[in-house]
Design a protein around this ligand. Sequence first.
Ligand SMILES: Cc1cc2nc3c(=O)[nH]c(=O)nc-3n(C[C@H](O)[C@H](O)[C@H](O)COP(=O)(O)OP(=O)(O)OC[C@H]3O[C@@H](n4cnc5c(N)ncnc54)[C@H](O)[C@@H]3O)c2cc1C
Ligand code: FES
Length: 288
Amino acid sequence: MGYRVLEKKDLAPGIYSLKVEAPLIAKKAQPGNFVILRYKYTGERLPFTLVSWDPDEGWVQLIIQEVGKSTREMAQLTAGDEILDLLGPLGKPYPMQKYSRPVVGVAGGLGAAPLYPILVGLQKMGNQIITITGARNKELFILREELQQISREVLVATDDGSEGRKGFVTDVLKDLLDKEQVGQVIAIGPVPMMAAVSRVTKQYNTPTMVSLNALMVDGTGMCGGCRVTVGGKTKFTCVDGPDFDGHQVDFDEIFRRQRFYRNQEVESLEIFEHACRLDSAIAKLEDK
Ligand SMILES: Cc1cc2nc3c(=O)[nH]c(=O)nc-3n(C[C@H](O)[C@H](O)[C@H](O)COP(=O)(O)OP(=O)(O)OC[C@H]3O[C@@H](n4cnc5c(N)ncnc54)[C@H](O)[C@@H]3O)c2cc1C
Ligand code: FES
């Protein structure tokens, strides 16, 4: 028996939320934890952050962006379907601390999903939260109201200027750090964005954490797939992270390793899209 999908919601173009029945994981989950799932027997193992959970009702929420074959195929799941297996909670919980100055969460695109539970945890400890969130355009923002509720202010940047400041989250962050001293910055998003935030905060000597999305297989420290270099030392993202000091991370290495299977990923997506087109052509013929 698998893990039942209780609810599927589309949040933005290409981004959906799944509420999945998983009472044991919900009981143990902490901010920063993730799961590795296989949605079907022949499916690959996919890591996703636990965005929210309810230990009493026994569910966990995942927010998923369609980037390749598996995440696109999973978008077809609906309430009542089952996910074959769900392993977790994995990873170290985020190192929570109370700061005398505000904590700044910086989200790039889908990064708002893994950032949200961490900011909730920090806010519960009494920290003042400032959120900076960026996306290509305003249609792609997720968790707007939820972030508003826990933040002193939410500052917005879009690549196309459709909302907030036209530009990158780093531009907004620089302006903020020029005006105000902060206790810590947490940046979650694409690797180049986390690298850029870490470069900015280094100039201001502001402690910075990033959440690394290295390629993972087993999620238990056995395969070495998620190897990263932090402070000149080898770390496994799945058991030593996923959160690390951004000023110590070798981002170039992560970028190189993330692109290692690019050709196979593209090929697999093309085969999947071809099969989808064939299915819809057959369905049209059958309708006639
Ligand atoms: C700790 C962690 C937490 C994550 N949390 C989320 C989340 O909350 N929501 C979300 O949408 N995505 C999350 N991801 C990324 C997610 O796992 C990938 O987007 C997904 O595996 C892509 O699968 P695909 O077959 O659709 O795409 P593919 O075509 O296979 O790959 C597209 C890209 O996705 C990434 N990716 C692919 N396979 C893996 C893998 N096994 N491990 C890590 N990255 C991979 C790579 O960057 C790759 O280039 C997380 C990754 C990690 C490591
Ligand atoms: S995923 Fe295998 S060691 Fe981390």
